[in-house]
Design a protein around this ligand. Sequence first.
Ligand code: SF4
Length: 348
Amino acid sequence: MRRRGPTGGVLGEGCVVTEEPILKLERLQKVFGGKIHAVDGVDLEVRKRETLALVGESGCGKSTVARLALRLTAPTAGTIAFEGRDITKLPQWKLKSIRRRLQFVFQDPYSSLDPRVTAGASITEPMFVHGLVGFGAKRKAKAGELMEKVGLSARHVDQWPRQFSGGQRQRLGIIRAFSVEPHLIVADEPVSALDVSVRSQVINLLQDLQETVGTAYLFISHDMATVKHIADRVAVMYLGRIMETAPKETFFSAPHHPYSQALLSAVPSSHPRRKRQRVVLPGDPPSPAKTPSGCRFHPRCPMAVDRCRNEVPELRAIGKDHQVACHFAAPNPLNVNELLPAGSTATA
Ligand code: SF4
């Protein structure tokens, strides 16, 4: 049986992750005030219907990547392509046509809804703007329908945002984004402001809606437990650059970059007999206004040598779908054949 999305449209055959990128960032750069390199040469792609988690300590540039991907801020250099179209320099009036397919959910459920607009009017606003719902009673009925999809009562369409709890407000923000059946949602720490008790409900809601609509996520988070639950692939960011990208299973079982290893060492192992050795990094991340030479992780890296201070490591493939920016990252011996042209095999 064919499924229907929040607006009632017939959807495709469920949620199948494909290789095709829906969002492609190339050599993306954002410099604030002429010297703060918040994002510094980021290459990243999100594929159709997948969840790519972007992780890293606070201040590493994750949220700036989110704002750039949404074109809420203009890049200093590099390109942003959405569904194969270069949108880097598209004027705002032309961006309107893609806004329906590119939505967002932000961290703070308290600020994502206008306090002067009722819940029902707020969640149907994107549909109204794109001509998908009419006026008056029709719009109100649609609002009630949407609220029920996220477990809220349709009787509350006329309530003000302040009359809902934090978790309920985030549900409203999520269904507002999903109402127009977007192809990509940029979600910046969407559950980190919520109580632990409602966090898993909201994550499940995000997954259920993704399954129904087939939306891809660029999911920004610093919480590894959430990432492990929701991601298909993981990208690690440090001081404005991508350090590693890998499928979730590879990332959590065999992270290659020393920074990824340190991040994961802080996460308790779910296996009772497999205890992780905690890697404590010295100091705090340096200021993006004063990035270190060579590998920008070198002042904190336990494996750094002279070469690391002088030479920038490029992000390079070390396995299927696995890229690392470290001079010493070697292909996993089990995966070496994945890097060779089709039909050939590695010999000893
Ligand atoms: Fe550490 Fe050097 Fe690798 Fe950077 S390039 S992560 S400093 S070993």
